[in-house]
Design a protein around this ligand. Structure first.
Ligand code: HEC
Length: 158
């Protein structure tokens, strides 16, 4: 009888050990799921929550397009950005057409002004760099006014 009780105890221990392992495997799986980065496409669904990291904090775009700024932005874009960005299609970097349907204005300006820190720390920019196979967005040393003009130009690209 004593021996039987002994066996039962071992059995109970074994069962609980196995159960424990199973739970462990589940929680590792859960953790992995939480840690796996979301794709850019997934993050774009909540793009409003990404303001980016850098000198620009959230700002409201005026409703009216400022044509003077658009013209300045176009000149800057053609001089400093078209080596990697085409407005009609994906090139070395993404096309900026309709960018404000998937990014906030402040995120776009921070990406232009502070790409190194953005691609290291901002979740969306980090994932974008991965999806562009590690080819980084270049810092072209624009001033805030120049970046703002480029943003105004982007508003007109559909
Ligand atoms: C040497 C190539 C290169 C140059 C020059 C360059 N970019 Fe980029 N840019 C990239 C790449 C590659 C990405 C995507 C990968 C990443 O973000 O690291 C990108 C991403 C971006 C993004 C984010 C796009 C999106 O869909 O989220 C913006 C905005 C941008 N660039 C604007 C500009 C502007 C404005 C200029 C000119 C002042 C410029 N870039 C010059 C390579 C470049």
């Amino acid at each position: 009888m004593k021996r039987f009780a002994y066996l039962l105890t071992i059995l109970a221990l074994l069962v609980s050990a196995c159960g424990g392992d199973k739970n462990n495997a589940e929680s590792v799986k859960e953790k992995y799921k939480k840690k796996a980065p979301k794709s850019v496409a997934e993050m774009e669904k909540d793009y409003q929550k990404y303001e980016g990291i850098g000198p620009i904090s959230s700002f409201e775009m005026p409703a009216e397009i400022d044509q003077g700024l658009v013209d300045q932005g176009k000149v800057i874009f053609e001089a400093k950005c078209t080596a990697c960005h085409k407005i009609t299609k994906k090139f070395i970097g993404p096309s900026p057409a309709n960018i404000l349907d998937r990014r906030t204005p402040s995120w776009v300006m921070n990406m232009i002004l502070n790409p190194d820190e953005m691609t290291q720390k901002d979740p969306l920019a980090k994932q974008l760099l991965i999806e562009y196979n590690g080819s980084p967005m270049a810092n072209q040393n624009l001033t805030e006014d120049e970046a703002r003009a480029v943003l105004e130009y982007f508003r007109t690209l559909k």
